[in-house]
Ligand binder design. Structure first.
Ligand SMILES: Cc1cc2nc3c(=O)[nH]c(=O)nc-3n(C[C@H](O)[C@H](O)[C@H](O)COP(=O)(O)OP(=O)(O)OC[C@H]3O[C@@H](n4cnc5c(N)ncnc54)[C@H](O)[C@@H]3O)c2cc1C
Ligand code: FES
Length: 255
């Protein structure tokens, strides 16, 4: 079931000012039904008119809240960053399909690049609840723009790569994955920039991997087709409806 409601903003704090924010919203229907990997569509002001898709970062069913971790990119997310506690937020959700969650025989691996880490935290919590051991690889541009590592450290060991080498390994998550021993891993999950996902596609015969895809979205509920992406069988699927979670083998990054 999809809900359209006004959530009450509990807090909206910068993790890095003018860059990344964590907002907690009280909205009981979405908190009670959301699964890791699903997202909400938020009305971010009159201009732009369209809603913005943002992943659910964490759910607290007891407090009936959801939180979102978002990066300020343009006017919509800037408007979001200026909202304060007790303001109302027009949201629709939970939308899309979630990640697979079950007990795996071996470990699970979470791979996040930049703000692509957002849908992976709640996933990690639920995988842990299901009895899984988790390892995490995160990539950022530099130490100053790295965030939420403390959250992921609660889930399991975290390896970091930064483009300038100021934190963790020098380079992208690729440098860590190139020498990674996938034999201990049953299932991997990833979200991040397209070059990272394209690299992960080259590993599709080595790891069972689910990707969370991004796309430009209009309606967010399957009606406008603005978010379609190409599958390996030549068909197109809607990221907002059949996705955003896809098996890596399903997705084609060919133009
Ligand atoms: C399923 C899904 C989940 C998402 N989850 C999150 C999240 O948890 N946290 C978060 O910070 N962001 C997330 N995003 C991205 C977020 O929706 C966009 O950053 C936001 O819509 C930008 O809106 P804006 O008005 O601030 O910027 P705009 O003015 O709309 O755009 C600013 C810049 O960002 C680029 N951009 C905008 N939307 C996208 C997109 N979908 N893909 C690639 N580039 C884009 C534009 O080309 C432009 O360069 C998600 C996107 C999708 C599809
Ligand atoms: S955003 Fe309209 S169909 Fe996906």
């Amino acid at each position: 079931m999809i809900y359209k409601n006004y959530g009450n903003i509990i807090s909206n704090e910068p993790i890095i000012k003018n860059f990344v924010y964590l907002m907690i919203i009280k909205e009981k229907n979405i908190a009670n039904t959301a699964r890791p990997g699903q997202f909400i569509e938020i009305k971010t002001g009159l201009i732009p008119l369209l809603r913005k898709p943002i992943s659910i970062f964490e759910v607290d069913k007891e407090k009936e809240t959801i939180s979102i971790l978002y990066q300020v990119k343009g006017q919509g997310t800037k408007n979001l960053s200026e909202l304060t506690a007790n303001e109302k937020l027009d949201i629709i959700g939970p939308l899309g399909q979630g990640f697979t969650i079950k007990k795996f025989a071996k470990k699970c691996l979470l791979i996040g690049g930049g703000i692509g880490i957002a849908p992976l935290y709640d996933l990690g919590l639920k995988l842990k609840e299901a009895g899984n051991e988790i390892e995490i690889i995160l990539g950022f541009s530099c130490k100053e723009t790295s965030y939420a590592i403390d959250y992921f450290s609660k889930l399991g060991p975290v390896k970091i790569a930064t483009i300038d080498g100021s934190l963790g390994e020098l380079g992208t998550v690729e440098v860590i994955l190139e020498k990674y021993n996938f034999k201990d891993i049953d299932k991997a999950y990833a979200c991040g920039p397209e070059p990272m996902l394209k690299y992960l596609k080259t590993l599709e015969d080595e790891i069972d991997l689910e990707l969370s895809l991004e796309a430009y979205m209009g309606c967010g509920v399957g009606a406008c087709l603005s978010c379609v992406c190409k599958m390996t069988d030549g068909e197109y699927k809607r990221v907002c409806k059949e996705g955003p979670i896809f098996q890596v083998k399903e997705v084609s990054f060919d133009e």
